[in-house]
Design a protein. Structure first.
Length: 183
């Protein structure tokens, strides 16, 4: 009976893992994916469907086997043995277990792909931060140059204003403005 409980727990564990994958799959639908990851998710989904099909088949076999036991031996021990045998077959090294192992391998690949994708994104963010830093420094240099030019313009305006205010004749004012440009 302990083996039946252990097999039952293992089966529940497998279905919980499938549930967790389906939750991740739901999250993936809201983001752009690489074609490699999309292909891998398709393989994982196919494996999930395969596990569900194999599990369904094993449960149907169990029902048929249970029917045979109900027609044959009537002992509770024999029925428990039959249930244990089916669960072991379903969770043990059979088609279901092989499919679950394949699912494990695929989800490990999924995790590695996601890690690599995160690394790519982090690298891109790092590069963008560096490019933004360089642009900010260039903008700072341009602002400093604009300030220096503005100070030169202000100095020239003050000089022109001074020259205009010191002349009395309008003609001389205009000539002095033009003479500033030729110096």
């Amino acid at each position: 009976m302990r083996d039946v409980a252990a097999s039952h727990e293992a089966l529940i564990h497998h279905f919980e893992r499938i549930h967790l994958f389906l939750q991740r799959l739901n999250r993936y639908t809201g983001m752009p994916l690489t074609s490699d990851l999309t292909d891998l998710l398709g393989k994982i989904m196919a494996q999930v469907l395969s596990i569900l099909a194999l599990s369904t088949k094993a449960m149907m076999d169990r029902r048929i086997s249970g029917l045979e036991y109900s027609l044959g031996p009537s002992s509770t021990t024999d029925t428990d043995y039959g249930a244990e045998k089916i669960l072991k077959k379903m969770v043990g090294r059979t088609d279901v277990e092989d499919a679950v192992l394949q699912l494990d391998n695929l989800t490990k690949e999924e995790a590695l792909m996601v890690v690599v994708r995160n690394l790519e994104v982090a690298h891109r963010v790092d590069w963008n931060v560096e490019a933004t830093k360089e642009l900010t420094e260039d903008i700072g240099d341009n602002v400093k140059a604009a300030v220096a030019l503005t100070e030169d313009v202000i100095g020239n305006v003050k000089l022109i204003d001074h020259k205009l205010s010191t002349t009395k004749d309008g003609t001389q004012r205009i000539l002095s403005v033009f003479s500033l440009d030729t110096h």
